[in-house]
Design a protein around this ligand. Structure first.
Ligand code: ADP
Length: 169
């Protein structure tokens, strides 16, 4: 199992799954969510709507899966990061849940390669250093991590890229 960091746009990545930093509505939004739906096309949104009709969206820290439409990967795992306000300790746990539940769902779907964006560090304002620590720690401590071939942290901005590089060095 390899852990990699890449400075790139997650919609260009060809893995079994990419992870989307979605919101509870599952209906798309800004940031990475907007980019995924724009390039992925209406197939992803239709599947999100079907999940929403079935279970009423997705709670913070949870994850759901769709196919990837026009994207180069096979699946999109949509997880909902916490907004950085209120009970900070609770928010840290919820961010770890995002990574854990995404990995769990990936294994249930035979996914061997997965790419994560820096969940919650955009519009949701989670401090980037804390988020990076949680992301790396949660992946490293994931009990079944060896069942993956590759786990990629996709950093879109320099600050995240530098933080991940330092933490994984
Ligand atoms: P959130 O609402 O969870 O904060 P955002 O999409 O606003 O989600 O931001 C999460 C992270 O994703 C940010 O670090 C942002 O820089 C990054 N990001 C935005 N667009 C892309 C993209 N196309 N590929 C990878 N990462 C992206």
């Amino acid at each position: 199992m390899k852990i990699e960091i890449q400075k790139s746009d997650i919609i260009e990545i060809a893995t079994d799954a990419i992870v989307n930093a979605a919101n509870t509505s599952l209906l798309g939004g800004g940031g990475v969510d907007g980019a995924i739906h724009r390039k992925g096309g209406k197939q992803i949104l239709e599947e999100c709507v079907a999940i929403r009709n079935r279970q009423g969206g997705c709670d913070v820290g949870q994850a759901v899966i769709t196919t990837a439409g026009n994207l180069p990967s096979k699946f999109v795992i949509h997880t909902v990061g916490p907004v950085w306000n209120g009970d900070k300790e609770e928010k840290k746990k919820l961010l770890a849940d995002c990574y854990r539940n995404s990995l769990e769902l990936a294994l249930q779907n035979n996914i061997k390669t997965i790419a994560f964006p820096n969940i919650s560090t955009g519009i949701y304002h989670f401090p980037k250093d804390k988020a990076a620590e949680i992301a790396i720690k949660t992946v490293k401590e994931f009990p079944r991590k060896e069942e993956f071939e590759k786990i990629i942290f996709v950093c879109f901005d320099d600050e995240n890229y530098d933080l991940y590089k330092a933490l994984l060095a």
